[in-house]
Design a protein around this ligand. Sequence first.
Ligand code: HEM
Length: 481
Amino acid sequence: MSVSLAKSAQPVFLRDIEDLPGPPGLPLLGNLLQLKPAGIHLQVERWGREYGPFFKFRFGRLPVLAITDHETIGAVLRDRPDGFRRTVRTMQIGREMGFDPGLFVAEGAAWANQRRMVMASFAPGHVKAYFPSLLKVTQRLHGRWQKAARAGSVIALQSDLMRYTVDAIAGLAFGTDINTLESDQEVIQQHLDKVFPALVKRTFAMIPTWRYVRLPADRALDRSVAVIKSEIARFIAQARARMQADPALREQPGNLLEAMITAAEQENSGVNDHDVAGNVLTMLLAGEDTTANTLAWMLYLLRRNPQTLARVREEVRREAPDAAALTPEQIGKLDYLEACALETMRLKPVAPFLPLEAIHDTSIAGIRVPAGTMVWNVLRFDSVDQRHFANPTAFDPQRWLDATDSTHGASSAKRIAMPFGAGPRICPGRYLALLEIKMAMAMLLGRFDIESVDTPDGGVAREHMSFTMTPVGLTMRLRER
Ligand code: HEM
C-alpha cells in the first residue's frame, strides 16, 4: 500500500472523499442516526469490513475520511504536529465545561513545551524511582481485595481498579498520596466518572441542548466539575507549599506538577498557571480510565482462557513469589504477563480509534484531503484481521513472544497493533501503564485465586465506548490463597 501524505506537489490523479464508498446517510444528519456514541467504534469497524480500507461517512454535514489500513494510519499519526492535530471540538467542549486544556489537546508550541516536561516526568528511569510508592498503592489494593475475599463479597472491578490507577497517577505526577483505595468517603474518581462520559456525549451531540436548558444531569455535572476543580487547586496548593518549604525542589522538581509550577514561575517558559491546572486534569483523565479498563479487560479475558491464566499464574508465582516485596527486577522477568497485557490491548484496546484533523490541504493514499477534514483512524482493524494475525480472535499471548517472522511474528504484531498510538504524540504514560498493570496482576495472581469475573447478564462482556472503551459492569470474586 503506498502512503502519500504530500502537503504540496500533489499527485495528479487524486480522488475526492466524496468519490469513496461509504454508508448512505440523510441530507442534514449524514450518518448520525447510525452512530450511537456508546457503540460508535463497532459501527465504524463494521463499515470498514463492508467498504474497505478508505471510506467516507458524515457527522451531520461534516465529511469524515475513515482509514483502516495500519500503514497509512501510522503515517498519519507520525505526521504530527505539522500535518494533523486532534479535533478542535473536544477542547472546545472541555473549555465550555470550565476546564483548562492540557497536553492531550494542546497544539503547536504549547504542546511542544508541555510534551517535553511530561516526557521527562514519565521517562522509564523516573517511573522506576517511583516503584516503592507504587508498591504501597498495590499493597492497598491488596488490602481492599483481602477484605472483600474474607467477607465473600463481590468486587466492583472497574471502580476498584480506578481507585488504584488514580492513586498511582496522583502520587507519581503530583506527589500527592490521595489514598482513595482506603477511603469509603466520596472520592475524586466518582466525579471523574461523570465528567468523561459527558465530555464524549457532548462532543458527538447534534444539538447542544445544555446551552439552552439545564437538566438535572447538567446540574450534577456542574457540581462534579466544581469538585474536580477544587481538588486540582488543592493538589497545586500542596505542591506550592512543599516547594516553599524546600526551595531545592525548584532546582530538582520531584514530579511533573513541581516541574510545571517551576516553569510557570519563569518568564518565557511557555507554560502558565492554566497549563499547570490543565495538565493535572489531563493526567487524571488520561491515566485513570485507560489503565483501569485495560486491567479489567485483561482479567475478563484471562478468566475465559483457563490455560493462559494457569500459565501466567505459574510465571508470577515462580518469578515474584512474595507479592509484598515485589522488585523492579522481578517485574522485569514477567514476560508472559506482559504478553498478556499486549494481547489484551490488541483485542480490547481502550482507544479503538483516534480521530484527527488535517491542518493543511494534503493527500492521503491518493485521496484529496482539504484542511480541517476529520480523519478517523480505526486502530482496531488490521490488529484483528487474519491477513496479519493467525487465528485473530483468539486470546493467545504467545504470539507476542514468538521469534520474529515478517508476517505473523512479534515484531510485525508490534507495528500493526498501536494501542498507545504512534509518532510524536504516542502515549507518554505507556511505561507507567504497563508497570501498573504488571504490579496489580502480580499481586492479584500471587495472593488470590480468581473465583469469577462476571458480566451483569452472564453473557459476553459488552463494549461501551465512553471516554475509553470499557467492559460493561464487570464484577469479580476472589479467594485468598
Ligand atoms: C493502558 C493504558 C493506556 C493506553 C492504552 C493509552 C493510550 C493512549 C493513546 C492511544 C493516546 C493517543 C496517542 C496518539 O495520539 O498517538 C494517548 C495519549 C496520551 N496518554 Fe495514554 N494511554 C494509557 C495510559 C496512560 C497513562 C497512565 C498516562 C499518564 C499520565 C497517559 C497519558 C497520556 C497523555 C498525556 C497523552 C497525550 C499525549 C500527547 O498528545 O502528546 N496515558 N494514550
